[in-house]
Design a protein around this ligand. Sequence first.
Ligand SMILES: *Cc1c(COP(=O)(O)O)cnc(C)c1O
Length: 350
Amino acid sequence: MFSEKSLCDSTLGCRAVLTISREAIRHNVKEICKFTGKKIIAVVKSDAYGVGAEQVVPLLSEMDEVEAFAVACAEEGAELREMGVDKDILILGGVFPEELALLKEYNLTPIVSDKAHLKVLKGESIPFHIKYDTGMGRLGFLEETITDPRIVGVMSHFSTPADREFSLSQVEKFKKIASLYPKGLWVHLESSAGLIYKVPFTTHVRVGLALYGEKPLKNYPLSLKPALSLKARVISVKEVPAGHPISYGRTFVAPRKMKIAVISLGYADGLMKSLSNKGYLLYKRKRLPILGNVTMDMTVVDVSGADVSVGDWVEVVSESRTFVDLAKDAGTIPYELMCNLSKRVKRRVV
Ligand SMILES: *Cc1c(COP(=O)(O)O)cnc(C)c1O
């Protein structure tokens, strides 16, 4: 897809690079749209899940299938506008009085999920969406139905998309609520995993994870293309004798003579410490087990039998080994791994 050399230049740095495939993201947007028959609200909160809003938002913005964006707070919304986004921007995380000026200046659309938010918007002519808690147990009104001429959308959120019975109970509750509102409003419920329910009465889907080709469920019926690849560079290669300890705390001791490589990626970059002595990296399809504790900037791997030299790039995430896979080894979810990718990891779009 790209030459190793092009990964490394003075603008990209030369230690760790997250490559974002434009073609894969475009494919995934079209696939989601085809599968659901609905327009997409692209969820790009927290710097597009750590992938990089600066890289991802422009390419989503130019696609007709993406009708709006959603972020967590007004500040994130303002950043999107500053980047030139002219589609609707929904604010998922409520609204504080201090954010009102930003909402107006940047033409952002808040989602109201508490009486306190209504109070903030009192006397303002700002259109908003209203959120109901049908079983998520986080934001949203429970019983009470809010009517207001400024309401342009109604939404709810799945808590356990993998649980069919519970999710369908949420769909039923939301259906009753949504039917109380006039036709023509935006109605949205499904997130990436929730797409499997093909809810017939919603107009939009709110997706984040699936945009990157990361599958939120086993047996996910959409054919997505992995869009992310993470590589880091070998800083040092050496042989250690049997009995030699590896990394802080000496949690691994070489059982035999071993060839080890030190990789320029650590927990400060997003490679979680829980991968210590557990996960592996890849070099030309060969697994390089992580030895000892992952440290802030560096990780040691076993390269016995692999032809690895200083300066080579090893794979952390690739088409064949996604963040979903890495998350299983790390004992977490792909969302957390992606959000932890630090600024030091250079982003490139190909
Ligand atoms: C983050 C978020 C989404 C997107 O979820 P994905 O699983 O990434 O598709 C949708 N709706 C709400 C309310 C969210 O907070």
